[in-house]
Design a protein around this ligand. Structure first.
Ligand code: FEO
Length: 414
């Protein structure tokens, strides 16, 4: 049996799903699995587009043999050398002794670093190079740092297919589906698509912007990523998401409240703020306990919302460790351009608020720390209600300011 699906008349999906892996890159939880995508073009030449992770090698080999149906394999294009896409290269070189690899110069270098015996069985391509496989002509586009430096994308001008490497991918196994229009992507995949992008490629927004500019000049009918579903409909939807994420523009006006609380006092303040925000009409809120929410989910939500509220108890005269990890991750992933409100708590030497503000100022870019804050001494008292109201007003004002700036920028574009 096989798990092949047809993308176009000449192009077949031959990848597979991994539902056994708990942590992608041994760090990101993937409770709904992930797919490793590979495509096989049947033209005058046969061309395998990318490889897969070891986890799905057996079905990959079966799928390829099924589509080849006795023909030899002429080429394998390697767009990206991260091992979730290249584990079977050595096996394929052995199984198909006439097969040549097409990759970037750095891609070939990485193959050797990973110990693959490519010998002289490769063709190096660079920006703008084209190769004809018969009816289909591929143009190669360099996309460094989307997500590694060797990354290529390629464009089949015959069927107008963009092979986009890690870009436009998502967590969640394909489960027999192939196209994004076979699911309710906005409802069921957007959160995981955002979590995938922001945690894996989020740091490299400027490089993603460059790749998007290059892709903008192409007439694209299909986007075939290395993970997740293929896009053939409503491409503007996913491109718009990528433009927001790559430029660090919030997707939504709303508030992510992340709290670090040991015994519930800081949590109570976070909850009280959420209630006040809702009373004030700001109901698009995510309230998260930093201690029991995976940081990859927090990161994804920081890319989603316009406003953050960080509420932390003081711990060892500093920021609570889990909150510090979250701050470090935000800085590492280059998150910027958010309005942040701060709530600190401490019983004998409160330090968390001051240190969070210092971190945002010194370690991150374009983070607007709002002047309205709240200092709690051990537990929230009713005398602090005015401070809490001021935070709400500060958040409302920052949202209004962002809206006005956006409108101004839009009118200047006209
Ligand atoms: Fe899916 Fe960067 O590899």
């Amino acid at each position: 049996m096989y798990t092949v699906r047809k993308v176009t008349d000449d192009l077949y999906y031959v990848g597979g799903d991994d539902r056994r892996l708990a942590l992608f890159e041994n760090i990101f939880p993937i409770p709904e699995g992930v797919s490793y995508n590979s495509y096989l073009l049947m033209d005058e030449k046969t061309v395998l587009v990318d490889s897969i992770d070891w986890a799905v090698t057996r079905e990959y080999m079966v799928n390829i043999a099924r589509v080849l149906d006795g023909r030899d394999l002429d080429y394998m294009i390697v767009h990206h050398m991260e091992p979730d896409h290249c584990s079977a290269i050595e096996l394929m070189l052995q199984r198909y002794p006439n097969m040549k690899i097409i990759s970037s110069e750095k891609g070939v270098m990485f193959m050797r670093q990973f110990g693959y015996h490519v010998d002289d069985r490769y063709i190096e391509v660079k920006e703008g190079d084209t190769i004809s496989f018969g009816k289909h002509e591929f143009t190669f586009v360099e996309a460094p740092m989307v997500h590694w430096p060797e990354v290529l994308m390629s464009y089949d001008s015959t069927d107008k297919v963009l092979f986009s490497a890690d870009a436009f991918g998502s967590f969640i196994a394909n489960n027999g589906r192939l196209f994004a229009d076979e699911v309710d992507w906005d409802r069921d995949y957007l959160d995981e698509g955002r979590r995938y992008y922001t945690n894996i490629v989020g740091k490299y927004g400027t490089f993603v912007q460059k790749a998007l500019e290059k892709a903008g000049g192409l007439d694209i009918k299909y986007i075939c990523p290395l993970h997740g579903l293929v896009w053939r409909d409503n491409l503007g939807y996913i491109i718009d998401k990528y433009v927001h994420w790559a430029t660090y523009e919030p997707e939504k006006e709303g508030v992510l409240i992340v709290y670090a609380s040991m015994y519930g006092n800081t949590e109570f303040a976070a909850q009280a703020l959420a209630s006040k925000l809702c009373e004030a009409g700001i109901t698009d809120i995510s309230l998260r306990d930093v201690s029991n929410t995976d940081v990859s989910t927090l990161i994804a939500e920081t890319f989603k919302y316009s406003n953050l509220v960080l509420a932390s108890v003081t711990y060892n005269l500093g920021i609570y460790p889990k909150m510090k990890d979250f701050l470090n991750d935000m800085a590492a992933l280059n998150l910027q351009n958010r309005a942040v409100s701060i709530i600190g708590n401490g019983t004998w030497a409160p330090q968390a608020a001051e240190k969070m503000e210092k971190f945002l100022d010194e370690e991150m870019r374009l983070m607007d720390v709002l002047p309205e804050g709240l200092d709690i001494v051990s537990s929230l008292k009713s005398q602090k209600e005015g401070d809490m109201d001021a935070i709400v007003e500060g958040i409302k004002d920052s949202m209004k300011k962002r809206r006005e700036e956006k409108e101004k920028a839009a009118s200047q574009k006209k």
